[in-house]
Design a protein around this ligand. Sequence first.
Ligand code: V55
Ligand code: FE
Length: 489
Amino acid sequence: MSQTTDFFAPQAFEADVIDCQIEGTIPAGLNGAFIRVGGDWAYPPKHRDDSLFNQDGYVSRFRFRNGRVDYKGRWIETERYRNNRAAGRQLYGYYRNPHDCEPQVAHVDEPWRNTVANTSVEAHAGRLFALKEDARPVEIDPVTLETRGFHDFGGGYNSQTFTAHPKIDPQTGELLTFGYEATGLATDDLFYYVIDRKGAVSREVRLKVPYVSMVHDWAITQSHVIFPVFGYVTSEERLRSGQIHWAWDSNAPTWFGILPRDGEAKDLRWFKGPNRAIVHTFNARTEGGKVILEAPIFDTNPFPFFPFADGSKWDPVKSQSLIRRLTFDLASKDDGYVEEILFPGLPVIDLGRVDERFMGQDMRYAYTSFNDGSKALDRDRVGTGIRRITNSYGVFDMKDRTMRSFYAGPTHALQEVTFVPRHADAEEGDGWLIGTANNYADMRTELVVVDASHPEDGALGRVILPFRSNVQVHGRWYSDEQLNFGREA
Ligand code: V55
Ligand code: FE
């Protein structure tokens, strides 16, 4: 993908669309909001080979009411966004490297000030946040999408950083979270937190990682939390020399730190395995004396814009992810674990989701996008610039190891999928799959709604935007009650 052409080209406008065009039918029971966060370049990056993860944050919302849908998109007005706007140009350099920024905005000792807040969204205790792993949450007004600024949970949250993938325990309503590089650039501190239902910090555990790495996502069970440490490396020296934050070390082992949820730092146990990338997880559970983690996992560097430390060339085939199950035996004396590929020969996009009412628990279905090569691709209308299109959602039955799919059509690529339960007590998997799609024939964005139990029937309805909106990283669904939309005019 290029940063200047196709669906990733800067869009750089804010938008309000009232009563979007709809094809088919949006189910009347689908009431709430799909909120997505991603990036766009307000000003072009300083370096052509910079990471897309360095784009300015952008938040958008599809608001569903009785079969009708409104869209709103806004920049996330971080300190960095405002500084660039005031200057009228890009002041900031390579991804997560303040040393490469213009001196007036370098902030080497306060690196969180340079966040773009462009990765994901979470709501807790009545507040909505845009998240990026290099800073604390940036609060967003759920109605107007205006940026309110950093949130610190009333004090007691001491990490400088906060993951883009906090987990809400569906049984306790607590928000479990962590920050890595918690005390500054390239520091090996990882702080784990529990934030109670009211939004106050109830627990902090200060941990050390085996080496400083991208701890992007993690997993929780009803009794443990699991931190993956893998492949990406950095150092103060690397950053001082002005390079992009991460390099991939093909010799670095993968480590999984497993901590009992009520444990202290001394109770953290590390398991070690071969070089892999675990960027996102599906889910995990504790079963007897074992912790079981399910995730799409790569055998090597997933991202072309983070260079190999040894100068190797990035390989799109080797950098595909496969759905795997890892089993950690807490009774074992050694530090190994068992790795199993659940769907061999079926590479998937690693932006996967589950029915989040089952977070931390045993569950059957995982959802993610993939390219079904047996389905039609209309090259004439898509154009030749795109190598491969992600044309399907997979409904992966993790028990039977079977898969059913939704095909978006010959000119469409799917972004991340999100599962929405039909109602609060529906059975696992009873609900809808929703997500945005790139329509490459018309170069505009659509949102598809699919019955999760009948994916092969095609979309029940599509919301058609009259333009190409920026590409999301992560999105979430919120019911009206969760975001207190009742107060809205
Ligand atoms: C990821 C995304 C990021 C980031 C670090 O998908 C990791 C993984 C959009 O930003 O900063
Ligand atoms: Fe992520």
